[in-house]
Design a protein around this ligand. Structure first.
Ligand code: FMN
Length: 174
C-alpha cells in the first residue's frame, strides 16, 4: 500500500483528546487540504472556520449538550459527557446553499490530512446543535450555514483502530 491508502486505512473516529494544542503549521496544512477538495462545477460553496479557542469550544460544548435530543444526549453521556470530547481544535465547514455533498468531501480531506499528521479527529454533525444560538451563528459568514464539523487534537488513548470493513458492500460488474 502507499502512504495515502495507509492513511485511509488507519483513520478512525477519536473521542478523547489531550490538552496539547495543535501546531500552527499542522492547522494550516489541514485547512489547505480542506479547500483542495473537489466541488461540483468548482463552486467551492464552503467556508472553513477554524476554532482554536479552547475556552470557546468548551463554552459551545456546554451549550450544545443542552440542545441535544434525548438519544444523542444519552450517547454523549456514555462517552464521557463532552460533546466535543475535549478537542482543542474544531474546523467548521459552512455551506452556501444545499451543498452537503461538497462539504462532506471537505470533511474527509480534513480527517485524512489530520490522520496523516498524527492527529486524532472525528467528524461531528452534532456540533450543528450549537449554531441555532445567535452568539455562535455569528461565527459563520453571512449567507452560510453549518454543514458539518471536524474535531481535531492529540489522542488521549493513541490506540484507536479503524472499523471493520464489510467487503459485501462492494459489487464488481464485469
Ligand atoms: C456525517 C457524519 C456525522 C458524524 N457525526 C458524529 C458526531 O456528531 N459525533 C461523533 O462522535 N461522531 C460522529 N461521526 C462519526 C461516526 O460515528 C463514525 O465515523 C462511525 O461510527 C464509523 O467509525 P470510524 O469513523 O471510526 O470508522 C459522524 C460521521 C459522519 C460521516
Amino acid at each position: 500500500m502507499n502512504e495515502v491508502l495507509n492513511t485511509i486505512a488507519n483513520r478512525y473516529s477519536c473521542r478523547s483528546y489531550t490538552d496539547q494544542t495543535v501546531e500552527r503549521e499542522k492547522i494550516e496544512a489541514i485547512a489547505l487540504a480542506a479547500i483542495q477538495a473537489p466541488s461540483a462545477v468548482n463552486k467551492q460553496p464552503w467556508q472553513i472556520i477554524v476554532i482554536k479557542d479552547k475556552a470557546l469550544i468548551n463554552e459551545m460544548d456546554v451549550y450544545g449538550m443542552t440542545q441535544l435530543d434525548e438519544a444523542s444526549h444519552q450517547r454523549i453521556m456514555g462517552r464521557g459527557g463532552k460533546l466535543f470530547y475535549n478537542a482543542p481544535l474544531m474546523m467548521v465547514i459552512a455551506k452556501n446553499g444545499n451543498k452537503d455533498l461538497d462539504c462532506g468531501i471537505v470533511a474527509q480531506n480534513i480527517t485524512l490530512a489530520a490522520t496523516s499528521l498524527g492527529l486524532g479527529n472525528v467528524v461531528c454533525a452534532l456540533a450543528g446543535a450549537v449554531f441555532n444560538h445567535d452568539k455562535y451563528k455569528k461565527l459563520l459568514p453571512k449567507d452560510y450555514e453549518f454543514a458539518i464539523s471536524v474535531l481535531i487534537g492529540y489522542p488521549a488513548h493513541p490506540n484507536g483502530s479503524a472499523h471493520e470493513v464489510d467487503l459485501s458492500k462492494i459489487t464488481y460488474i464485469g
